[in-house]
Design a protein around this ligand. Structure first.
Ligand code: NDP
Ligand code: 2IT
Length: 445
């Protein structure tokens, strides 16, 4: 490895030794941008890489709330304002018990590159809490969100930092967060949060955008490699926002989705997943995917991880980080998978990605393939600024064009460096070059 790159990577490991996800995300980017770094000796003197891997600001705060039993509970809140190089910090909020500083930093770091790929003026950030919304009443969710925003509002603003949803944060949570922000600021600042409800400033097609965008990217990637999505089978992990709308678009594009999952189990339905039922269980009832079997008795209910044992042409991990390990990758390849589409952030371990690429499996890297969500958030921000709304078709068309352009950027970059269809490297190189250029232009900051 290039000496400068190696030095920076070793420093990151030494300074953040317990932050495994963060180190993993940094290592993936640094190793793939090596051919660019080799060409730019000036980066070292400018400490360009050192500045890129250090968040501009990392905020942690106390979030107390009173639960329905009258008990006061304290959680930890985070906002990582990673980079404002090309626009206000932008990225989701995750409420999940696993949230910690490492997960926040990996997500914030990924977000910088993803947002650069969209071609829109958005920097990178991420936030959240170790609060678990599962099983909580609406009142508890509201009180928690209000407490979270009471602190977060000091740090955000439509031109400063614009949060949105992620795991455990959907339209309900964004509504409570927005209500509290507006109440404290006494100003209707629509563009301060995205993923808002349609009745108060949200954008049509934002809910669908990440899943739809993933499938537009997959279509482009397969077509560029002499394949097509039509008639292919797919397994989709997760059954949340990204998974549901990936499933919907996959079906529209002529695919058959045969399995979906949640953190407790997986439904395998050879006849094709009944998406309306999944929406009813997950979006309306906030239930468990196991309930699917009550309606479709012939479907099989398996362990979550078993989803990667099912034979399918395409695997779409849309749940969480590191959900596909080397062992899972080996099973998928043995079963004849042809492509992987990362809907979740960093769903494949480093070893799994390397195994796929070594076996000529097409990999759509998360930073590129799930960028449709944040891109449509930026379209929501611009609608809020214009005080004017676009139609569903208009937003969807913009999203589709953005995804086509992102795929082209990945392809051009990978080909330019002789890396064939390694779009993992292509995505990192395309985003890195843009960020490095902006960094040089803005001086030492
Ligand atoms: P949701 O909360 O809507 O859904 C998450 C789904 O993944 C649920 O089915 C959940 O199961 C499952 N899941 C979550 N954590 C785990 C875990 N540790 N182990 C197993 N299953 C798990 O989140 P989203 O759909 O919004 O997000 C999914 C992924 O997509 C995340 O990686 C997120 O960062 C990424 N993403 C989201 C975007 C968006 O616009 N929402 C944009 C780009 C990326 P259960 O209900 O049982 O917990
Ligand atoms: O990971 C992501 O890109 C998101 N959770 C969406 C972020 C956003 O600002 O819409």
């Amino acid at each position: 490895m290039n000496r400068y790159l190696e030095k920076v990577l070793n420093d990151v490991k030494a300074k953040n030794e317990h932050e495994t996800e963060y180190i993993q995300a940094v290592e993936e980017v640094l190793t793939t941008v090596e051919p660019v770094v080799e060409k730019h000796n000036e980066y070292e003197q400018l400490a360009l890489l050192e500045r890129m891997v250090e968040p501009e600001r990392l905020i942690t705060f106390r979030v107390p709330y009173v639960n329905d039993s009258g008990q006061t509970v304290v959680h930890r809140g985070y906002r990582v304002q990673f980079s404002s190089l090309i626009g206000p910090y932008k990225g989701g909020l995750r409420f999940h018990p696993s949230v910690n500083q490492s997960i926040m930093k990996f997500l914030g770091f990924e977000q910088i590159f993803k947002n650069a790929l969209t071609g829109l003026p958005i920097g990178g950030g991420k936030g959240g809490s170790d609060f678990d919304p599962k099983g909580k009443s609406d009142g508890e969710i509201m009180r928690f969100c209000q407490s979270f925003m009471t602190e977060l509002q000091r740090h955000i603003g439509q031109d400063i930092d614009v949060p949105a949803g992620d795991i455990g944060v959907g339209e309900r949570e964004i509504g409570y967060l927005f209500g509290q922000y507006k109440r404290i600021k006494n100003a209707y600042e629509g563009g301060v949060l995205t993923g808002k409800g349609l009745s108060y400033g949200g954008s049509l097609a934002r809910k669908e955008a990440t899943g739809y965008g993933l499938m537009y990217f997959m279509r482009e990637m397969l077509n560029a490699n002499g394949q097509s999505l039509e008639g292919k089978t797919a397994v989709i992990s997760g059954s949340g926002n990204v998974a549901i709308y990936a499933c919907q678009k996959a079906k529209e594009l002529g695919m058959k989705v045969i399995a979906m999952s949640d953190s407790q189990g997986c439904i395998y339905d050879e006849n094709g997943i009944d998406l309306e039922l999944i929406k009813q269980i997950k979006e309306v009832e906030r239930g468990r995917i196991s309930e699917y079997k009550k309606v479709h008795e012939n479907a099989q209910y398996l362990a979550s991880k078993d989803i990667w044992n099912i034979k399918a042409d395409i695997a779409l991990p849309c749940a969480t980080q590191n959900e596909i390990t080397l062992e899972d990758a080996q099973k998928l390849v043995a079963n004849g998978v042809i492509a992987i589409g990362e809907g979740a952030n960093m769903p494949c371990t480093k070893e799994a990605t390397e195994y796929f690429l070594a076996n000529n499996i097409l990999v759509a890297p998360a930073k590129a393939s799930n960028a449709g969500g944040v891109a449509t958030s930026a379209i929501e921000m611009s609608q809020n600024s214009m005080r004017y709304y676009l139609t569903f078709e208009e937003v969807d068309k913009k999203l589709e064009n953005i995804m086509i352009n992102i795929f082209q950027s990945c392809k051009t970059a990978s080909e330019e460096y002789g890396l064939g269809n390694n779009y993992v490297a292509g995505a990192n190189i395309a985003a890195f070059r843009k960020l490095a250029k902006a960094m040089k232009a803005q001086g030492i900051v």
